[in-house]
Design a protein around this ligand. Structure first.
Ligand SMILES: *[C@@H]1O[C@H](CO)[C@@H](O)[C@H](O)[C@H]1NC(C)=O
Ligand SMILES: *[C@@H]1O[C@H](CO)[C@@H](O)[C@H](O)[C@H]1NC(C)=O
Ligand SMILES: *[C@@H]1O[C@H](CO)[C@@H](O)[C@H](O)[C@H]1NC(C)=O
Ligand SMILES: *[C@@H]1O[C@H](CO)[C@@H](O)[C@H](O)[C@H]1NC(C)=O
Ligand SMILES: *[C@@H]1O[C@H](CO)[C@@H](O)[C@H](O)[C@H]1NC(C)=O
Ligand SMILES: *[C@@H]1O[C@H](CO)[C@@H](O)[C@H](O)[C@H]1NC(C)=O
Length: 403
């Protein structure tokens, strides 16, 4: 009986690490750097830009050339790798996939389990500035933070089939939280494709996901005509956000169509072409960020861009990452629906994000919007572009989370 009790206590307290073959993980890609440097060094760029066009026609040559130079002469992969290895990481086998994840525990045993869901182009690196602060108790609020890599991204293995959807990813991430790690309930945060996965989890696992914070949703924002017809009045910051959103929808979706319709074209063209990946990804990281990116509170500078692209290039995961678009051609919808859950939702709009969601529209996606905030700094990668605001907003989960 004592033994049985002991065993039961052990089984309840510890996650099912054997069944899922949970293994500690450290990034160790330094040996790939000479080859990366050679590829970057041997890639020619034109000596002068065609017609001197600006960022609206794609990445500017001067910016790309400067990033390339920094990659070779200044950027220190080993230092960035050590920074990322400050986080405790594991891999687990779920439904035949190797899922890489950060698992940073709070010292507080009552910390709220929280999963952070990244998007494209991104990785767990997007959340590097917010992970430790969220685990640190502040005004009695703290989180135990889990950051999985989406299937096909960096250290997670690619999906086993072309029709692997965000709902499939949602299912295995719920298994990660509940079965692998043993949390009965948890909160989530989602951005970009991570918000599509997160919204699926929010609606599909309404007994385990008990609060959700989003900066993005699986829906497009309203058109200017819809905003006018709805009599929505906008603040100055919201007007900037609306304008940014309109520009994205009218002139910024070419990459999405490419990646949705012909993922192998761009995926194979750039497969072993780090400077090409830098142009394709760096363009988005620059254009989708606050124009003040890289100045406080933003840490989204050239080092962050090079770390992001290095992660893709060194893991050869660019091709498999773009497949998320092809496998989910209707991942973002113009028709709003409501998630079947009574769990609270919190939403934060950052001024320079690429879609503007007025509060009236966020309310259409949930019965239970408890917080809507607009920030006058930051863009599509708020974990890098305005980490203090994102931390503060995520901490609000504690006020509404019911275990
Ligand atoms: C790049 O190539 C040039 C000459 O081809 C060489 O002098 C330089 O050291 C190389 N730089 C790196 C970082 O490999
Ligand atoms: C934090 O918790 C402690 C002990 O439960 C309590 O005494 C204190 O007032 C709390 N502080 C805040 C800011 O809620
Ligand atoms: C997904 O593709 C596999 C073949 O790769 C097929 O067997 C399966 O039926 C497909 N599933 C759906 C839901 O379409
Ligand atoms: C917007 O305002 C106009 C004029 O006041 C009114 O006719 C219309 O019904 C309003 N629309 C909505 C959606 O409230
Ligand atoms: C980018 O910001 C980080 C701090 O977040 C700093 O360590 C790094 O030197 C910066 N990079 C550049 C190129 O200024
Ligand atoms: C939770 O999801 C189930 C289906 O899995 C649904 O029947 C139920 O109505 C949902 N709960 C709420 C509060 O929407």
């Amino acid at each position: 009986m004592v033994l049985l009790t002991l065993w039961l206590t052990w089984a309840a307290a510890s996650a099912d690490t054997t069944k899922f073959d949970v293994q500690p993980f450290k990034i160790n890609l330094g040996s790939e750097i000479p080859r990366l440097h050679a590829l970057v060094n041997n890639t020619r760029l034109p000596s002068k830009a065609l017609y001197g066009v600006g960022q609206d026609k794609g990445i500017e040559l001067d910016f790309l050339a400067e990033l390339r130079r920094e990659w070779l002469e200044v950027f220190d992969w080993e230092a960035q790798e050590a920074e990322l290895n400050r986080f405790t990481q594991y891999t687990a086998e779920i439904e035949g996939l190797t899922v890489h994840f950060v698992h940073e525990k709070s010292a507080d045993p009552d910390a709220i389990p929280l999963i952070l869901l990244h998007g494209w182009p991104g990785s767990f690196q997007e959340f590097a500035p917010i992970i430790k602060p969220l685990t640190t108790p502040t005004e009695n609020v703290s989180f135990t933070v889990v950051v999985p890599s989406l299937p096909g991204f960096v250290f997670s293995s690619p999906p086993p089939r072309a029709n692997w959807t965000v709902d499939d990813t949602a299912r295995i991430f719920n298994v990660l939280m509940t079965e692998v790690l043993g949390y009965k309930t948890y909160a989530l945060h989602g951005t970009d494709w991570g918000s599509v996965v997160g919204y699926s989890m929010y609606g599909s696992f309404n007994t385990t996901v008990r609060a959700a914070h989003f900066v993005f949703l699986p829906f497009f924002g309203p058109t200017p005509e819809e905003i006018a017809a709805d009599n929505i009045t906008l603040s100055d910051v919201e007007k900037v956000a609306e304008n940014k959103g309109n520009l994205f929808v009218s002139l910024g979706l070419a990459y999405r169509d490419e990646q949705t319709q012909k993922p192998n074209d761009i995926g194979l063209a750039l497969y072993d072409n780090p400077v090409g990946q830098l142009a394709w990804i760096g363009s988005k990281m620059k254009l989708w960020s606050d124009p003040r990116a890289g100045t406080p509170p933003s840490v989204l500078n050239t080092t962050a861009i090079l770390t992001s692209v290095s992660l893709y290039a060194l893991t050869s995961s660019f091709l498999t990452s773009v497949w998320i678009y092809a496998s989910n051609p209707n991942g973002f919808s113009t028709t709003y629906s409501q998630a079947p859950t009574d769990a609270p939702m919190l939403f934060s709009q950052f001024e320079y994000n690429i879609i503007f969601y007025p509060e009236e529209y966020v309310k259409q996606t949930t019965k239970n919007l408890v917080s809507y905030k607009v920030h006058d700094f930051g863009g599509h990668f708020p974990g890098l572009d305005n980490p203090p605001a994102l931390i503060e907003d995520i901490r609000e989960i504690a006020a509404v989370f019911v275990r």
